[in-house]
Design a protein around this ligand. Structure first.
Ligand code: SF4
Ligand code: SF4
Length: 87
């Protein structure tokens, strides 16, 4: 990351903290048991960051880990309980 970008991010975090919001490093991640997924799409409906989506061609679930903000909404939305949070 360029130095300028890092400074802007840190300034942004300082601003958010100044509003009284706690900011912690992300230490959790979402894990998905793809073998047990039935590609129903229920998790995609609650995923605001679009990390979870259904492939328009194959209709299979895609998980873009880089887009995930670990909001955990998909964990409860999955009827098969194949999405978990790991620390
Ligand atoms: S944790 Fe949130 S952002 Fe990540 S995949 Fe689930 S719903 Fe999407
Ligand atoms: S809700 Fe669960 S079973 Fe349905 S597509 Fe998402 S991960 Fe797969």
């Amino acid at each position: 990351m360029a130095n300028g970008e890092e400074e802007k991010i840190m300034a942004g975090i300082d601003f958010i903290r100044a509003q009284g919001v706690s900011v912690e490093p992300v230490s959790k991640e979402i894990t998905l048991n793809e073998e047990e997924c039935i590609h129903c799409g229920a998790c995609t409906a609650v995923c605001r960051s679009r990390a979870l989506s259904l492939d328009p061609v194959s209709a299979e679930l895609r998980f873009d880990r880089d887009q995930c903000i670990v909001c955990e909404l998909c964990v409860r939305a999955c009827p098969m309980r194949v999405i978990k949070v790991s620390f």
